[in-house]
Design a protein around this ligand. Structure first.
Ligand SMILES: Nc1ncnc2c1ncn2[C@@H]1O[C@H](COP(=O)(O)OP(=O)(O)OP(=O)(O)O)[C@@H](O)[C@H]1O
Length: 322
């Protein structure tokens, strides 16, 4: 059973078809990233998953509960952190969490301990008793995460959770989401910060124009056959530039199993300070290129993908929009 299962979900707003038969599965024990351009339908989907908006068509199950027939059970199982959420400014931080603990029916004697544990989890312990309005934007965001976790949900939805967070808070959020997944929670995160998703997500679901256009394990994306561009650094950039054309030829001839990116094959596109950028190349091709450069006596100090694999997949998906 999946934490979230959505099949053929459609939702229109008048003549705008926000979702057109979208499919999604979110397994327990993993972080799944939801990625897509502005207007792809991510927020509409999250609202439907959170039972705050009804689908026109399709099936949505949260922890096995159909959101149409059993919305109450679905809500009990899920924690939801919207991209913008109201905080009740006149309440203190602990009163705010107590309000939601009450709403979720947490036993009264359990609440103070749970609230302290949650505040500690999101590093807001020092703010106990302080008014919510005195929190910074990032601190409010962290309070939102605590709120979403009040009832120990088995499914967690987060819409742009890292926006407004400083670098340390982002790392902490990342660690928290990984820890929740390790505890068996099904986590779905929507974000535009691809580099960040790459570090926390096990899987990525790409959406565009209200449909699922790709569903990949992060590990598969890293070795994607489509290839990415690579940055090569060398102690002797001039020697590198001279050796590159022949090294590329040697790396690709005899042809390696996968095919090079564009028509005419990969080419060294530009020199960089201290090196060069080439591609697209697959991992196999990049390894062969490295060997060919070293054979030619080029002092290579680094070879790494120029962009992230997720970024490449995203750019490939959105290419035809330009
Ligand atoms: N309440 C609404 N009324 C009318 N149109 C809407 C409404 N909500 C969303 N839409 C439209 O549905 C489409 C999908 O919007 P949605 O907010 O789900 O996209 P998104 O992927 O979350 O985008 P972003 O990355 O910009 O947040 C858009 O064309 C949007 O204008």
């Amino acid at each position: 059973m999946f934490g979230i299962e959505a099949r053929g979900v459609a939702r229109s707003f008048g003549t705008v078809h926000a979702l057109r038969g979208l499919d999604l599965t979110v397994p327990y024990g993993q972080v799944t990233a939801l990625v897509g351009p502005n207007g792809a339908g991510k927020t509409t989907l999250l609202l439907i998953l959170a039972t705050l908006l009804g689908p026109d068509e399709g099936l949505v199950r949260i922890a096995g509960h159909d959101v149409r027939t059993h919305p109450r059970q679905a809500r009990d199982a899920l924690g939801w952190m919207p991209d913008t959420f109201g905080v009740y400014d006149q309440l203190t931080v602990d009163e705010y969490l107590a309000f939601f603990a009450d709403a979720y029916g947490l036993p009264k004697d359990e609440r103070p301990r749970r609230i302290r544990a949650l505040l500690s989890l999101v590093h807001l312990d020092d703010h106990l008793g302080r008014p919510v309005h005195a929190l910074s934007r990032g601190q409010k965001q962290r309070l939102g995460v605590a709120r979403a976790l009040v009832h120990r949900p088995r499914v967690l939805l987060l819409d742009e959770p890292a926006s407004g967070l400083d670098p340390r808070s982002r790392v902490e959020l990342r660690d928290l989401l990984r820890a929740l997944a390790a505890d068996g929670v099904a986590v779905l995160v929507s974000s535009h910060i691809l580099s960040e998703l790459e570090e926390i997500a096990d899987r990525v679901v790409l959406v565009d124009h209200g449909r699922t256009v790709g569903e990949h394990a992060m590990a598969d994306l890293a070795g994607a056959a489509a290839g990415v561009r690579w940055r090569i650094r060398s102690l002797d950039p001039e020697r590198l530039a001279r050796a590159l054309p022949a090294a590329l030829e040697a790396a690709l001839d005899p042809p390696v199993p996968s095919t090079p990116g564009g028509p005419g094959g990969p080419e060294p596109v530009r020199d960089l300070p201290g090196g060069a950028e080439v591609g697209p190349l697959t991992e196999t091709e990049a390894a062969a290129l490295l060997a060919a450069l070293v054979t030619r006596g080029v002092p290579v100090t680094g070879l790494a993908p120029a962009g992230s694999a997720l970024e490449s997949a995203y750019l490939a998906m959105t290419e035809n929009r330009r």
